[in-house]
Design a protein around this ligand. Structure first.
Ligand code: NDP
Ligand code: 2IT
Length: 456
């Protein structure tokens, strides 16, 4: 058994659990990474001596604050806000903001922890962070969302900065929210800097950032299939979610000649056996984003589809699957069902959508399984390019950025294969443990930077 801090994996996780009482998502994320890292560092004395694993499992800091705002009926409302600055060993803290009633410290700590290794995997100089609030944007007017965002930034501004910590969007935070928050930051500091990414194109945003996460997920899927001399063309794909990541993943499946069968939201999923083509995806984007509607309404617009209330799409027969909604939406039974129905590859668009048991089912079966920290890294990678453009005060063309996104995803795939090829041959066609590859490649760069700094 590998050891670090003179303990085995079970004892290490028990310690993480003890120190993070009531934070199951954070413990789950650490567990998932630690099981691969234990083996990797077994014979590497320096990592043990400097307690690197113990140190990366502790965020640099967690800032929590009160956010007061006034609703349209003049009621005073109180929300909680957080920013978790997990690790800045390889660059300023970077990661999204999530506005959803389920948000708590455990969820943000897990997301910031994952973000650290994801950002490292991109090859760009970005540390890991995440933040958000238990504010629920659903059913709120634009003015209510604006007042909330302004109040949130009135506290957050003192903890962020273009060389310190650069937030972006995540669940419940899109172009509208980023615009309100950027406006408030600029107003308070009187500085026009690249403090947020995912900005509007008029004020420093980057082309291709909106599409980047979803497109990147499917590029990664394509890279996995290509290693096995296969492709997306002619394959069916089930997708969960109907937000930014899900709709753009769906779009790229269509571009590459595949057929999308499902989309979902927190109310259930729609199954369209005719395929959800580009025109239907545009309808979903408008309906979910601009009209802030429900996916259930799809069946009225497209009667070829059926709506399955309260269910997830994993029972639909498919070749490929991309969970793109939220964490722990795919368990062991779902994983077994997917494989029984013929699924050969899974790429995670969401962060940690497959739980630990589900991942084990996929790994044991040896199917192509891409963890979120690799497959959905295209979004933050494009954010990294938005930061570069802001710092250089210039804008790159759409063609350039589309090409760079493909290259970035290919680079992430290559790094995973380097540490995850099960036959030790990164250049061959053999099976790859992408979870292990992503964890080790992501960890190594952060750990080596931490070693260079000594004990800080
Ligand atoms: P959006 O807010 O655009 O969409 C979220 C989607 O997921 C909606 O369809 C929403 O349904 C559904 N959803 C959210 N929470 C739940 C829940 N608790 N149960 C069921 N369905 C839920 O978010 P994104 O598309 O940006 O994010 C989706 C996932 O991708 C998240 O895990 C996020 O962390 C991850 N991600 C996002 C990146 C980005 O660039 N945006 C980058 C990398 C990862 P409903 O409308 O009913 O709430
Ligand atoms: O989970 C993620 O990678 C994101 N929400 C995007 C973060 C970013 O900084 O672009």
């Amino acid at each position: 058994m590998a050891v670090t801090d003179h303990v085995n994996l079970e004892e290490f996780i028990a310690g993480v659990s003890r120190r993070n009482t009531g934070q199951p998502e954070f413990v789950q994320a650490v567990h998932e990474v630690a099981q691969d890292i234990f083996d990797f560092i077994e014979d590497k004395e320096e990592y043990h001596e400097y307690q690197i694993l113990r140190r990366v499992a502790e965020p640099d800091r967690v800032v929590s604050f009160r956010v007061c705002w006034e609703d349209d009926n003049n009621n005073i409302r109180v929300q909680r806000g957080w920013r978790v600055q997990n690790n800045n060993a390889i660059g300023p803290y970077k990661g999204g903001l999530r506005f959803h009633p389920s948000v708590n410290e455990s969820i943000l700590k897990f997301l910031a922890f994952e973000q650290t290794f994801k950002n490292s995997l991109t090859g760009l100089p970005m540390g890991g962070g995440k933040g958000g609030s238990n504010f629920n944007p659903k059913g709120k007017s634009d003015h209510e969302v604006m007042r909330f965002c302004q109040s949130f930034m009135t506290e957050l501004y003192r903890h962020v900065g273009d060389d310190v910590d650069i937030p972006a969007g995540d669940i419940g935070v899109g172009a509208r929210e980023i615009g309100y928050m950027f406006g408030q930051y600029k107003r308070i500091t009187n500085q026009f800097t690249g403090v947020l990414t995912g900005k509007g194109l008029e004020f420093g945003g980057s082309l291709v950032r909106t599409e980047a996460t979803g497109y990147g997920v499917i590029y990664f899927m394509q890279d996995m299939l290509e290693r096995r001399s296969d492709s997306i063309e002619g394959k069916t794909c089930v997708i969960s979610g109907s937000g930014n990541v899900a709709t753009h993943a769906a779009e790229k499946v269509c571009h590459l000649g595949g057929k999308v069968l499902t989309l979902s939201d927190s109310g259930g999923f729609i199954h369209d056996p005719d395929g959800i083509d580009l025109e239907k995806i545009d309808w979903v984007k408008t309906h979910k984003t601009r009209r802030r509607g429900r996916i259930a309404d799809y069946v009225e617009a497209f009667p070829s589809a059926t709506f399955h209330e309260g269910e997830k799409p994993w029972g639909i027969s498919c070749d490929l699957a991309a969970p793109c909604a939220t964490q722990n939406e795919l368990g062991a039974e779902d994983a077994k069902t997917l494989m029984r129905q013929g699924c050969i590859a899974v790429a995670e668009g969401a962060n940690m959508p497959t739980d630990l048991e589900g991942v084990k089912v996929f790994k044991d079966a040896g199917i192509m399984f891409a963890p979120g920290k690799a497959a959905n890294a295209g979004g933050v990678a494009m954010s990294g390019l938005e930061m570069s453009q802001n710092a250089a005060r210039l804008t790159w063309t759409e063609d350039d950025l589309q090409e760079k996104l493909k290259e970035l995803m290919a680079g992430i795939h290559r790094r995973c294969v380097e540490y995850g090829a099960l036959d030790g041959d990164p250049d061959g066609h053999g099976p790859v443990d992408y979870v292990k590859g992503a964890n080790i490649a992501g960890f190594k760069k952060v750990a080596d930077a931490m070693l260079a700094y000594g004990v800080v």
